[in-house]
Design a protein around this ligand. Structure first.
Ligand SMILES: *Cc1c(COP(=O)(O)O)cnc(C)c1O
Length: 392
């Protein structure tokens, strides 16, 4: 039997990523492919670096997209900065913190693990105590926006502690970029990685990274070569670096980079502050609507990510059945719980192009219908009115 072309339906993506991709970005992806050393393409790469510096709020020279998803950006930060025998203090308040531990261990280094309850922010007081206790730590690693739980940590305070105790910081900003303030230079963060498919609303598969001068100096002074050939920043710079000579390292994902470029042009057009403000306003609207449906948030107010809302599944409502209902009847995707929260929560993303009122109205209608179907009385009209009133 001949297999025919794949034509996916148009879904509304309100999970933990990917988010809805803006039509302008989908258009950009289909433009003619250039050679990866074509001067016009290299010009676009330079613009992408400039736009990424804006998105990261940094003047770091070493700012570029890794040709692989956010997980590769994470790995790039660890393999370049961490050597065998090093000690890394890792804050764990969700799934992505546990992956940082894996990265440290696989670098042949020792992870000192600091746990925080899932659904809460990293506590800087505990981090400072650990930095005081161990005087041989090289790197402090934490997740700014924990997408597995919806908690936002105080990256400014944590990077400040790293500077105070003279250790490097590695910051996971996959979900934070474009959704909440991320000020790499002002906070003096050393190595920060992000992802294309969360608040940038681009397709998945690219990971912007940035390294401070202090981080670059540590990479240059390494005793062992970086264990990963593909992610060795020294080699990647031969292709992405400043100056005339660009040498082949790997074939850049040319069309995917058109998409990232377009998403960053859109971010520049909207303005970073306006993008942060839009995510905050849409979160306020969604929270008012969900509260009207009697739904409770997992994360305490003040520590919540606007772009990722983790809510308890109401008593008597079936997790999988509800998500299937939303997909089948509304072409709407929301996220399930991860790790210790599996089966207990849903994760509702308001990332990038998904953070708009029409998505919130669709979600409230769909969720109210799914809950009514399972015998829970819910009033969609009041929930939508509450959401709209919250941002009036
Ligand atoms: C999504 C995500 C990642 C991983 O990104 P991928 O593109 O899925 O590899 C890492 N950290 C956080 C906080 C994320 O939300």
């Amino acid at each position: 039997m001949a297999i025919s072309s794949f034509h996916p339906p148009v879904r509304t993506l309100m999970g933990p990523g990917p988010s809805d991709v803006h039509p302008r970005i989908l258009d950009a992806l289909g433009r003619p492919t250039l050679g990866h050393l074509d001067p016009l393409f290299i010009g676009m790469m330079d613009e992408t670096k400039t736009l990424l510096k804006y998105a990261f709020q940094t003047s770091n020279e070493l700012t570029l997209p890794i040709s692989a998803p956010g997980s590769a950006g994470m790995e790039a930060c660890f393999v370049n900065l961490v050597e065998p025998g090093d000690k890394v203090l890792v804050c764990v308040n969700g799934v992505f913190g546990t992956r940082m531990i894996e990265n440290v261990t696989r670098c042949g280094a020792t992870a000192i693990r600091l746990d925080f309850p899932w659904g809460t922010a990293v506590d800087p007081v505990a981090v400072e105590a650990a930095l005081k206790e161990h005087d041989d730590i090289k790197v402090l690693a934490f997740v700014h926006a924990e997408t597995s739980t919806g908690a936002l940590s105080d990256a400014q305070a944590l990077c400040g502690l790293a500077k105070k105790y003279q250790v490097l910081s590695i910051v996971d900003a996959v979900t934070s970029m474009g959704g909440v303030p991320l000020l790499v230079d002002e906070w003096q963060a050393d190595a920060v990685y992000s992802g294309s498919q969360k608040c940038l609303s681009c397709t998945p598969g690219l990971s912007p990274v940035t390294f401070s001068d202090a981080a670059v100096a540590v990479i240059k002074a390494r005793k062992h070569p970086v264990q990963s050939w593909f992610l060795d920043m020294n080699l990647i710079l031969g292709y992405w670096g400043e100056g005339g000579k660009r040498a082949y390292h790997h074939t850049a994902p040319v069309n995917a980079l058109y998409g990232l470029h377009e998403s960053l042009v859109m971010l520049q057009e909207e303005g970073l502050e306006n993008a942060w403000q839009r995510h905050a306003a849409m979160h306020t609207a969604l929270a008012a609507g969900l509260e009207s449906l009697g739904i409770q948030f997992v994360v305490p107010a003040g520590q919540r990510l606007p772009q990722l809302n983790t809510i308890y599944i109401p008593e008597g409502i079936d997790d999988a059945k509800t998500r299937q209902y939303l997909l089948a009847n509304y072409d709407l995707e929301i996220g399930a719980g991860l790790g210790v929260l599996a089966g207990k929560v849903w994760r509702i993303g308001l990332m990038g192009y998904s953070a708009r009122m029409e998505n919130i109205i669709l979600l409230l209608n769909a969720l109210a219908a799914a809950m009514s179907e399972q015998g829970y009385s819910s009033d969609a009209a009041s929930a939508i009115a509450a959401a709209e009133a919250a941002v009036d």
